[in-house]
Design a binder for this molecule. Structure first.
Ligand SMILES: [Fe+2]
Ligand SMILES: [Fe+2]
Length: 278
């Protein structure tokens, strides 16, 4: 059995943001980057509820009180993220964006996969996906992406990103307790990359199509943006390379201060913490 390395307290917080004034092109006033961001936003509610289920399945096998407390905080945070992103997705509908055909297919295919894969593999997929979301969260702060977002979305994504960093090791630590096999971890990485990358690309292309943007025109729009580290390289290439290391642990990415420092520099504060994780 490996020791639990999660040390950061994991505290669910309630976000109270009204998304009704969010403009259609809320990120950098640009249709392409907004579609790319919305592509992953669409995946969050169903995806995060899957993360919770995959960890909850093994709760009875976890007796380490520190890890059990971290899991409880993780459940509270992911449940709130799913709810907040459901609220934002509703705004997309009121803006006339057709998302339900895609969401129905995404839920049907991913639920089929969940039902046909073993609970351990589902947990391994969650651990890998959580590694990607933690890197994505780090980039939201380090790349100053959120400075270009509408204020309501900045609040949503800063809150979500900060909590993803807080609980980045929970699913990984549960997987290590349940089955520390390297092969299982890498199988989760392969499937998690394919599922997250595939649905994200599909969702973004579906949204771009509704903006009358072909992939070629979208690519040209991206080329006119200020130089930055592209998501494929920053999240997927780096994330996979790190995760392949046999001795990898999410705590090796020293991101504990990044959210607090980013918020302090902008005079922002995190929403109030709940006294108990629900
Ligand atoms: Fe989340
Ligand atoms: Fe998460």
């Amino acid at each position: 059995m490996t020791a639990t390395k999660s040390v950061t307290p994991i505290v669910p917080r309630d976000l109270d943001v009204d998304f009704r004034a969010v403009p259609r092109h809320w990120l950098a006033s640009n249709a392409t980057v907004t579609a790319i961001a919305n592509g992953v936003n669409l995946l969050f509610p169903h995806g995060e509820r899957f993360f919770v289920r995959s960890v909850k399945h093994f709760l009875g096998e976890i007796d380490d009180p520190a890890l059990r407390a971290a899991i409880k905080g993780f459940f509270g945070q992911e449940g709130r993220h799913a709810h907040a992103h459901d609220e934002f997705n509703q705004i997309l509908r009121t803006q006339g964006v057709e998302i339900d055909r895609f969401l129905e297919r995404y839920k049907r295919i991913s639920s089929w996969l969940e039902a046909h894969l073993s609970p351990k593999l589902n947990l391994a997929i969650t651990a890998a996906a959580e590694h990607f979301t933690a890197i994505l969260a780090e980039g939201a702060f380090s790349q100053n992406v959120l400075d270009k977002a509408a204020p309501e979305m900045r609040a949503l994504l800063a809150w979500h990103a900060a909590e993803e960093i807080e609980h980045k090791a929970v699913a990984f630590d549960v997987l290590q307790k349940v089955d520390p096999s390297y092969a299982l971890r890498i199988a989760g990485l392969v499937l998690g990359t394919a599922i997250l990358g595939g649905f994200w690309a599909w969702g973004a292309l579906m949204l771009l199509d509704q903006e009358q943007l072909t992939p070629v025109r979208a690519w040209r729009q991206l080329g006119r943006m200020p130089k930055r580290d592209p998501i494929v390289r920053r999240v997927f290439v780096r994330g996979i390379r790190q995760y392949l290391a046999r001795g990898f642990h999410p705590s090796q990415n020293a991101t504990e201060r990044i959210a607090a420092d980013w918020m302090a520099a902008r005079g922002m504060v995190m929403p109030g913490a709940r006294s108990e994780a629900a």
